[in-house]
Ligand binder design. Structure first.
Ligand code: HEC
Length: 200
């Protein structure tokens, strides 16, 4: 997938704002030479070391966490900036590419991950065609969010619901095998994990 003009303009704009040195650092950190974001398995770590927003977590691979948080925390929604990473559960992630990279998905790339104590393996990645292990197409659900939410579903944004309660997502986050400090799971947590078939 190539980079088009508007994506390059976007980087040029970032460069003007930050100065050439900062742009070079950004490029070294995660953007490929053509302006596309270079995302690999190492970009996905312990979910709870990301920044919590209501029930989910966000980060920014280009170091612009403030811009990501400004949209995530906005009551009016908005368009997430390039580099944004969003996760609700350890096994699924969305990453925002530079503007114009994939118009259909509004530049979101969808990932299904296999997290383990060694890190994350990428099971599937892509744009409108990624299907999770339960047979669900990520894009088909997320595109139903009202446009102002930029494909972020939460609850009440218009997406079809997923069969996970807030308690279930919380315990899946807590049991993320990528986190160093194994957080103490309560007996209730373990019951929930068993119910989810994730207790091993
Ligand atoms: C059946 C529809 C459906 C499918 C399929 C689906 N999702 Fe979601 N997803 C949702 C809903 C609904 C939420 C919000 C759940 C909540 O907050 O309780 C959500 C939450 C998320 C979030 C947290 C941000 C948000 O939108 O609330 C991410 C990231 C995410 N999903 C990624 C994915 C990825 C990646 C895939 C495919 C591998 C996928 N989802 C498949 C419906 C779906």
């Amino acid at each position: 997938m190539g980079m088009n003009g508007s994506g390059c303009m976007r980087l040029a704009t970032i460069g003007r704002t930050l100065g050439a040195g900062a742009l070079a650092t950004l490029l070294a950190a995660g953007a490929a030479a053509d302006g596309a974001l270079d995302v690999d398995a190492d970009d996905f770590g312990c979910i709870s070391e990301m920044t919590p927003v209501r029930g989910f977590y966000v980060g920014n691979l280009l170091g612009d966490l403030d811009a990501t948080l400004a949209v995530a925390r906005s009551e009016d929604g908005g368009t997430y900036p390039p580099g944004s990473v969003v996760q609700l559960v350890p096994t699924e992630a969305m990453v925002k590419h530079p503007e114009g990279y994939n118009a259909a998905t509004r530049d979101w790339e969808f990932f299904e991950l296999d997290p383990s104590p060694e890190g994350s393996a990428i099971r599937v990645r892509g744009f409108a065609d990624v299907v999770n292990r339960f047979g669900g197409n990520c894009f088909a659900c997320h595109v139903k969010a009202e446009p102002k939410w930029d494909m972020i579903c939460e609850t009440g944004h218009g997406c079809d619901p997923i069969p996970l309660t807030a308690d279930m997502t919380r315990v899946l986050q807590k049991a993320d095998p990528r986190c160093d400090t194994s957080k103490a799971l309560t007996p209730e947590d373990i019951e929930l994990l068993k119910a989810l078939g994730a207790a091993g």
